[in-house]
Ligand binder design. Sequence first.
Ligand code: AMP
Ligand code: MG
Length: 195
Amino acid sequence: MSSDHTPAASYVVIDVEATCDDGGGVPRHEMEIIEIGAVLVAAGTLQPVDEFQSFIRPVRHARLTPFCTRLTSITQDDVDAASGFVQVFDRLCQWIATHPAPHVFCSWGDYDQNQFRQDCGFHGVPYALPHRHLNLKRAFSQQLGISKKLGMSGALAHVGLPLAGTHHRGIDDARNIARLLPFALGRGEGERVKG
Ligand code: AMP
Ligand code: MG
């Protein structure tokens, strides 16, 4: 058991993709996670040490919209071949537990955490992610003294890092967000010098 004052041992950077539509076909409260991407960052070094990636088969809107596939590059075949939320969520939680605690769940904004809570509620399983959550979008702006909240790509550009991989793919977004973590924690200069 750790209090919120115990220093983190592991930062768990998570980015999820979800069912969506540009024409109102998938209301916000019916969106479901279709990909979890996660990068485990050791708190001492701020280096990534492990990754978790899985697609998830949605049930409420089982057919991905063309908009969703265009946005995320995730295909119907990807999600059809995947397990359901409950199974993948359990695997994610078990994977986190293999790394040193205390864990801090990090994401770019509050969306990912809210989407997990929604999916857990829909499937009737406990929300078993780390109790501590760090909104890196807010922390980044505070550390760098910028008044507006930047999107992930804007934040990368702000610190001179290229966007690696495919934007709006959970695992690639998580990798990019993990590279922003040192800046959000005020430990970014060392990273920049190391290249
Ligand atoms: P992101 O992490 O930015 O890739 O976004 C996570 C999820 O939010 C996506 O998988 C979509 O479900 C939704 N989303 C992101 N951008 C948009 C957009 N422009 N229009 C509709 N939904 C979006
Ligand atoms: Mg994403």
